[in-house]
Design a protein around this ligand. Structure first.
Ligand SMILES: [Zn+2]
Length: 95
């Protein structure tokens, strides 16, 4: 499988998480070995499920770090980290 993120993108994300003071002690098991997931996530938001799941509406684009011991996953909004492009700022948390 091809890498979804370039090494430069990964380094930028890691640098930004460090700048924000993100701790890498797993809150579930205490281990310190977190792995950056190799791709972005996009979490769709909706007010109800009556019409099924709607894709393409407001969303929260994120990156995730995963505990290498227990798999606990921590997602971080790209907008808050300042890692969204101008064209992606229509998302709710992309501002
Ligand atoms: Zn863990």
């Amino acid at each position: 499988m091809n890498n979804l993120l370039s090494e430069a993108e990964k380094q930028k994300i890691i640098t930004r998480l460090n700048e924000k003071g993100v701790k890498t002690n797993c809150p579930m098991c205490g281990h310190k070995n977190f792995i950056l997931a190799d791709g972005f996530f996009n979490n769709p938001m909706q007010s109800n499920f009556q019409g099924g799941i709607v894709l393409g509406g407001p969303s929260i684009p994120t990156i995730a770090i995963v505990c290498g011991n227990c798999g606990y996953t921590s997602q971080h909004a790209l907008g808050v980290l300042g890692l969204l492009n101008q064209s992606q700022k229509n998302d709710v948390y992309g501002k």
